[in-house]
Design a protein around this ligand. Sequence first.
Ligand code: MF3
Ligand code: CO
Length: 259
Amino acid sequence: MNWERNIVIKSNEELAVMRKAGRVNALALETVRKMIRPGITTAELNAAAEEVIRSYNGKPVFLGYPGPYPYPATLCISINEELVHGIPGTRRLAEGDIVSIDCGTELNGFVGDAAFTAGVGEISPQAQLLLQVTEEALYKGIEQMRPGNQTGDVSAAIQSHVEENHLHVTKLYTGHGVGRQMHEGPQVPNYGKSGKGIPLRPGMTIALEPMVLVGTSKTKVLPDQWTVVSEDGSLTAHFEHSVAVTENGSVILTLPSEP
Ligand code: MF3
Ligand code: CO
C-alpha cells in the first residue's frame, strides 16, 4: 500500500463514530480480560469477543481479513513467544503464560483496533517487566500524537523506552492509520527518529501498537502462515490503541467508557 497517499483526515463527527466503534471493541476486550485464567481455551475467548461485537451490531474486522489465507477468527491470541497473529483454537491457557489479545471491530462504517497483553495467574518478574514496559511505550507514543509533531517523534518515543529497558522492538510489523479501513496511512513503525516522518494533523487516526520482544528483534512465521513468533523463543508483548490527533492533543478512541 502507498501509506502516505492513504492518509484520511476525519471530521469531528467521524471521530465520534470511531469512538463508538472503539468502545464496542474495548468492551469485547474487557470481556475477554475477565475470562483469562488457567485452563480456558483460546477458542472460548474468541467466541466471547465475537458475541459482544455482534450484540452491538458490530462486525469483527479480522475475520476473513486477506492474508496467506483469509484470517479465520475474531481475535488474534498470541501466547508467550507468539508476538502477533496467533489463531485461537483448542490450546488452553496455563498458569504463568502471558497472552496477547488483539481485536478489531467495525461499527457504522468505522474500525476500532486495540490489543493488550496480560498474565495468566502468577507470572515471572521478567514477564511483568515486559508487560509494563510495552504498555508504557504505547502511552509514551500516544503522548507524542499532537499537531506540530511528526510520526518519527511517536516512533522514537516508543523505541527509546523499549531499548532503555534492554528490550527489542520488531522492525517488520508496525502501527498504522485506521478509519473506514483497518489499515490506512500513515505507517508508524515502533522505531524511528524524532523530527522525521509525516507531520501529524488534527483528524488523523492511528493505531499505535508496540510489539516488544525480550531477546531479539527477529521474528519468524509458523507453518500456519499467520502466527508470528520471536526467532529465539523469548517472551513477547503487544499493546495497541486507536488514537486520534486533535487540536488539543491525542484522544484514545478504544476505551470502554462513554466519551
Ligand atoms: N491489530 C492487527 C493489525 O493491525 C491485527 C490484524 S491481523 C488480522 O494488523 F489479519 F487478523 F486481521
Ligand atoms: Co493494528
